[in-house]
Write a protein that binds this ligand. Structure first.
Ligand SMILES: Nc1ncnc2c1ncn2[C@@H]1O[C@H](COP(=O)(O)OP(=O)(O)OP(=O)(O)O)[C@@H](O)[C@H]1O
Ligand SMILES: [Mg+2]
Length: 452
């Protein structure tokens, strides 16, 4: 095992401290020893210490205090306590407060080494997992949102910029494109993350109840209002209110919502008093609000308030290379969830999923993979596992990815190669053939665009 750890030993019995340090140095660890708690704290405060081994009972600053400060400064650091028989109980309390374990005096060298090895190994594992997670996230997404297409990278960039603000955001996209997922990512990556995230779906609530859901009501405000009740705005105070299916909100409620946005105050139904609130609004719709405004179904002034920042989530058929990545991520996720040992998907099967148009977008793909995992019998998902309607419709002509005007030709070439490679199930020979270029040219381009 790798014995790269900085260990600090704090013990007022000099011989014991030296003996511990010596036996750990002999197997490769870096050790520092000090004879009292305050010297120990000085080092903990200024250096990076991976493991602290401290005597529990010491004059002035004792092991408990060392434990507390160490964990405050860096929760990842491990603390091992040394204790006599008389104080085992205190050591157990210390473990509840975050100590890794304790060692009984007199110290047994073999046991000491085993305990330190175990603690360091665990620490390395935790660190490498955090690191791995961070890398995956940097490479493929943002806060659990998976995507590697150019369109999604653009969205991740906007998300990073807007999460820290409190600006109103409008999310537009077809059903299943991830509107709710993005709304919660905006909340949980921003400064309001420790306050509530509250969602309300305008389409799911009758017109008569919607206002009371939003603003709350007083006892007796209407027939059936037996108690006073807080509305979603009040619950979301200092946090974020997610207004889903905003295009389905009736005009009368839109008027009141506009007033709340402008005044920063709400009035419960049946009350005369207004209450000050501080709520960030994130709204979503799968409709074209601009069209609804033209048709007189949505208020233009409210549309302008929402449209400060607009995120358009592209349908899956316009970012086909994400089908590739999402399929792999979902296979992993559901294989684990259903305790199956499915390792991947055959190239033929992947091709069919790629050619399908996914009208239900990511939700549909996710459900499809889950059902394939559940029925899959082999190590790799194959054609027989594909739901019938997807198999039958996979030859639908696809509109293909959308290239915005002004996109550099290099970028376009990269996208085309990426998509074709995905279409060919990763087979480079076939990709070259479809693109009408030699394999060597393809290799060079893969290298150039970092697609290898
Ligand atoms: N980029 C993504 N990466 C991973 N999972 C995603 C992604 N986008 C969506 N999903 C998953 O797909 C499912 C549907 O997403 P979500 O509910 O956010 O869609 P929606 O746009 O709100 O749909 P609807 O309009 O039908 O309400 C969820 O399970 C969500 O976790
Ligand atoms: Mg939704």
């Amino acid at each position: 095992m790798i014995r790269e750890a900085n260990i600090l030993i704090i013990d007022d019995e000099k011989d014991q401290a030296e003996a511990i340090a010596e036996s750990l140095r002999n197997i490769g660890y870096k050790c520092t020893t000090v004879m009292n708690g305050s010297e120990g704290l000085n080092i903990i405060r200024k250096d990076r210490i991976d493991v602290v081994i401290t005597d529990l009972i010491m004059h002035e600053i004792d092991g408990m205090e060392i434990l507390k400060e160490t964990k405050e400064k860096s929760p990842e650091s491990e603390v091992i306590l040394i204790t006599g028989y008389g104080t085992v109980e205190n050591a157990v309390t210390a473990m509840q407060k975050g100590a890794s374990t304790y060692l009984l005096k007199p110290i047994n060298i073999k046991q000491l080494r085993a305990v330190v090895d175990k603690v360091v190994e665990k620490q390395n594992l935790v660190r490498s997992n955090i690191e791995l997670h961070k890398q995956l996230e940097e490479k493929f997404g943002f806060a659990g949102i998976i995507g590697n297409s150019q369109q999604m990278h653009r969205i991740f960039n906007i998300l990073k910029q807007i999460s820290s603000t409190t600006a109103t955001v409008l999310i537009v996209g077809e059903s299943g494109t991830g509107k709710e997922l993005i709304a919660s990512a905006i909340h949980y990556n921003g400064s309001r993350k420790n306050n509530p995230f509250v969602a309300l779906n305008s389409a799911a609530i009758s017109e008569s109840l919607l206002e009371s859901e939003l603003f709350g009501h007083e006892k007796g405000a209407f027939t059936g209002a037996l108690y006073q009740r807080k509305g979603k705005f009040e619950y979301a105070n200092n946090g974020t209110l997610f207004l889903d299916e905003i295009g389905d909100m009736p005009l009368s409620t839109q008027v009141k919502l506009l007033r709340v946005i402008d005044d920063g105050r709400i009035t419960r139904v049946g009350s005369n008093e207004s209450i000050k609130i501080d709520v960030r609004i994130v709204a979503a719709t799968n409709k074209d609000l601009g069209e609804l405004v033209k048709d007189g179904i949505f208020r233009e002034d409210l549309y302008f308030r929402f449209n400060v920042i607009c995120l358009r989530l592209p349908p899956l058929r316009e970012r086909q290379d994400d089908i590739f990545l999402l399929t792999d991520v979902f296979i992993q996720e559901f294989s684990k969830k259903h305790s199956k040992n499915i390792k991947g998907i055959t190239p033929e099967t992947r091709k069919i999923l790629f050619r399908y148009s996914w009208p239900g977008n990511i939700r549909e793909l996710k459900n499809c993979i889950e059902s394939m995992i559940v029925i899959g019998q082999n190590d790799f998902l194959d054609i027989n596992d594909i739901p019938e309607h997807i198999y039958k419709n996979n030859k639908t002509a696809l509109p293909g990815p959308v290239f915005p005007v002004g996109l550099p030709l290099d970028e376009m070439e990269k996208e085309v190669i990426k998509n074709t490679l995905a279409y060919a199930g990763g087979n480079r020979g076939e990709t070259a053939k479809i693109l009408g270029i030699g394999e060597r040219t393809l290799y060079r381009k893969l290298d150039k665009y970092g697609l290898k």
